[in-house]
Design a protein around this ligand. Structure first.
Ligand SMILES: [Cu+2]
Length: 67
């Protein structure tokens, strides 16, 4: 299913690539799109993907998540 998480702290394309890289590296996540303008990431996640782990992975990269 399609998921959308809000991400705070992205300031440039480097941040977008970093977040996209983290998300794309998680098994079961595909079609990652990260928007700097909207401060969010949209992606498809398999049923067994733990969204709390996904958020934690983004936060470990240095960004804040919500939603
Ligand atoms: Cu940046």
């Amino acid at each position: 299913m399609t998921n959308r998480i809000k991400i705070q702290g992205m300031s440039c394309e480097h941040c977008v690539k970093a977040v996209a890289g983290v998300l794309s590296g998680i098994e079961g996540i595909t079609n990652v799109k990260v928007s700097l303008d909207n401060n969010e990431a949209v992606f498809d996640a398999a049923d067994n993907v733990d969204m709390e782990k996904v958020k934690r992975a983004v936060e470990e990269e240095g960004y804040k998540t919500a939603g």
